[in-house]
Design a protein around this ligand. Structure first.
Ligand code: SF4
Length: 447
């Protein structure tokens, strides 16, 4: 059965309504269940596949304040003692997982400190965290160590600690260069802090710097967006990641909009065509100065030397221990999510148990569908690679959906298999649910 979307559904989706729009994984999180945890435990106690890359994600769930569009599990009220308790638990979790048969004799290919705000921790707290984690998960041989930073939390000595610890990729959450927009969207930093931090990052010679922007923050205009893109070009980072603003449930904005009695749309939020036009403009300006667009959200300055190992490995089925409260991981073909409250997460680790809440073991077909969906976000399906890995070519397996995209000018049959056109690429997330299996076709809401 094929999931096709009619014109009415297309029109409805052009408004920025409440709910998640982006597809981060497959099958959707709402299908992951505690009942599947026994499978995850079996996987953990069996030898892993040495040819599958292994990574480690560490969730640091602290922020200076909550951005109004944020729905992540983050805390803005924890003190130094709480942070010490959390970091100790995180290190215990890494120890427990790294000692499992699944990880035995396998080095870590990539490490990712995400949040929340990893750079919220002081240099001393970070050094202690790194020491503890490295005992169980040494990363000197890792291809990539990424660390997410909020500009206003950085001091030069903190960045020196990151450089000394072997961080190879600094990801700076700029989001916008307008102080008025940063303030009205609840961000904790201002543009002055961006420029100061960026100067130190370059001075210290980190191998790769990514900056994040959001197209469509509340109050965004064409004039301001053009200025943001110009300032991005001037900074010349190695990689630029541009998200399109969503309005998920459980955010300050979604609550404010509901109080206004409008749970579907907001006049203040740009619609999807406008946000796509902003991303399109940014990509075009970046291409003018030599960047290459490598996915629906990223442009890189030097594609031959700028890899994003974490994303590329994960999208191709790598194993990754997702550690920290509410984190997502993938082990031996099974998705796993951690317990999502402070107390439950710490309690499980106190008992010496993996702090897992729910899981989903994928069938070979679901692994193929997942990889097809995630790799379409790069804009390219390489048929021969899929045939070698799965014995199936997605261009044939999804022929009706593919022909629909081609007929609408969103994709072309082109070596190495299928390529999305630029309009197709910048709206790929709304096209992806049509590739879901019928039982997972929850089109209106992803989570
Ligand atoms: S800094 Fe990131 S994680 Fe923290 S509140 Fe803002 S969007 Fe959420």
């Amino acid at each position: 059965m094929t999931t096709m979307i009619g014109p009415d559904e297309d029109a409805r989706q052009e408004r920025t309504g409440l709910g998640n729009y982006f597809v981060a994984n497959y099958p959707p999180f709402s299908f992951w269940k505690p009942d599947y945890l026994s499978t995850a435990r079996e996987v953990l106690s069996s030898p892993g596949n040495p040819s599958t890359p292994l990574g480690l994600y560490l969730h640091i769930p602290f922020c200076r304040k909550r951005c109004k569009f944020c729905y992540f599990r983050v805390y803005t009220d924890k003190n130094a003692e709480d942070i010490e308790t959390y970091v100790a638990a995180l290190a215990r979790e890494v120890e427990l997982l790294a000692a499992s048969p699944l990880a035995r004799d396998r080095g870590f290919e990539f490490i990712y400190f995400g949040g929340g705000t990893p750079s919220y921790l002081s240099a001393t707290q970070l050094e202690r965290l790194f020491q503890r984690v490295k005992v169980h998960a040494p990363w000197s041989a890792a291809a990539e160590v990424t660390f997410e930073c909020e500009p206003g939390t950085l001091q030069k000595h903190k960045l020196e600690a990151l450089r000394a610890a072997g961080v190879t990729r600094v990801s700076l959450g700029i989001e916008n260069f307008s102080d008025a927009l940063l303030k009205s969207n609840g961000r904790a930093h201002l543009s002055e802090e961006v420029f100061r931090a960026y100067g130190w990052i370059r001075e210290l010679g980190f191998p790769q710097v990514n900056i994040d922007l959001i197209a469509g923050m509340l109050g965004e205009t064409w004039e301001n967006w053009r200025d943001c893109v110009r300032q991005t070009v001037d900074l010349a980072p190695d990689c630029v990641t541009i998200y399109q603003m969503e309005l998920p449930y459980n955010t300050v904005f979604s609550k404010e909009l509901r109080m206004l009695g409008d749970d579907e749309t907001s006049g203040e939020v740009a619609d999807w065509p406008t946000k796509r036009a902003w991303v399109d403009y940014a990509f075009a300006e970046l291409e003018k100065v030599g960047y290459t667009v490598t996915s629906a959200t990223t442009a890189v300055r030097d594609p031959a030397n700028t890899r994003f190992v974490y994303r590329d490995s994960l999208w191709r089925g790598a194993d990754m221990f997702g550690t920290g409260v509410a984190s997502f991981g993938h082990v031996g073909g099974t998705h796993v999510q951690n317990l999502d409250t402070w107390e439950a997460y710490l309690g499980a680790l106190d008992r010496g148990e993996a702090p897992w809440a729910r899981a989903f073991p994928l069938t070979p077909r679901q692994k193929f569908v997942r990889e097809s969906i995630l790799l379409l976000k790069t804009g390219i399906w390489d048929s021969s690679v899929f045939l070698a890995r799965h014995g199936v070519d997605p261009v044939e397996a999804f022929a009706p959906q593919v022909e629909d995209l081609v007929a609408r000018g969103l994709a072309t049959h082109e070596a190495p298999g299928l390529k999305l056109t630029r309009p197709g690429l910048i709206q790929v997330d709304r096209l992806l649910p049509r590739f879901f299996e019928p039982e997972h076709s929850v089109y209106k809401r992803y989570t």
